[in-house]
Design a protein around this ligand. Sequence first.
Ligand SMILES: Nc1nc2c(ncn2[C@@H]2O[C@H](COP(=O)(O)OP(=O)(O)OP(=O)(O)O)[C@@H](O)[C@H]2O)c(=O)[nH]1
Length: 315
Amino acid sequence: MAKGLRLISERLNSIDLIVEVRDARIPLSSINPQFERVVGRKPRLIVYNKFDLADPQSKKPLIQAFRRHMPATPIVFTSCLTDSHIKDILKYAATLADPIPHVNLMVMGMPNVGKSSLINALRRVGVGKGKAAITGAQPGVTRTVVGTVKVLEHPAVYLIDTPGVMVPHIADPLQSLKVAVTGGIRDHLADEQVMVDYLLFELNRRQAFDYVDWFRLPDSQPTNDVQVLLDAVARRIGAFSKGGILEPNMAAKFFLKQYRTGKLGLFTLDDLTDLDTYFTSDKSQPESLSRRKEKKQLKLAMRKEQRLKANRQDD
Ligand SMILES: Nc1nc2c(ncn2[C@@H]2O[C@H](COP(=O)(O)OP(=O)(O)OP(=O)(O)O)[C@@H](O)[C@H]2O)c(=O)[nH]1
């Protein structure tokens, strides 16, 4: 994390525009407060990527809130899978080319938000060239600086690839869970069954009950009990251990994958009903924790979620 941020601040002088990538499914939770401090007043374009997986209704309140509170910062909603709105980024970058001869962009963001995919998409759309950066389903793939790549000929727009910025200390346990379920924390650091429990809670809250039929829940009824869900999923996908025992971990992995590929519906997990309060609140947070402390923090969040669940069942 510290190395990533140091590299970024070292390069900031030669950058004309920061392209900050966030996950559209967690438009607030994917903000990195340390990052806010490092980038300071540099011109910035915010890209809400993976919009193909987010609630389409989430766009309007975000655009309106940015207009009210950060009018100088443009925002774009993209999907790197379909190259949707990638051109808008290039168009905006091109507007900065006068009077400077060429524009240097830097893509930044939290792990797994799609930085490398965006770099590839910008190249593909801008100059019709293939892959410049390696992508991966697990966070932390973007490690090395690939170098400078041209993404537009006229005017000349160059892009500098950067290492992914690590998730900083996340004060709010719910925010940790959201980052984890959207893939921003390596899965082995988070308890997949707790992630599924949180997703189940969100699905039920939205009355998105498709999972009941798909996984043939008992009595065709929704459930609040993650074990009931995981048993049903395990049965449905044939996740049994040698002795014929159901494998909840395998089921949890499967369920998470369904969510992450949009098969359980298009959701925005952050609450966007009171963005004015969010934008006017003090978003500064303490310095980043070490990886060990981060892991401990996450475990505490998971335990809290489990306690909440136990209380829900007692009610
Ligand atoms: N559905 C969807 N998936 C995307 C999109 N952009 C990227 N992905 C997927 O998200 C995963 C992570 O993408 P990367 O481009 O490797 O993300 P990154 O930010 O470079 O990741 P790190 O290496 O962890 O920093 C990959 O499986 C991509 O295929 C998008 O717009 N929509």
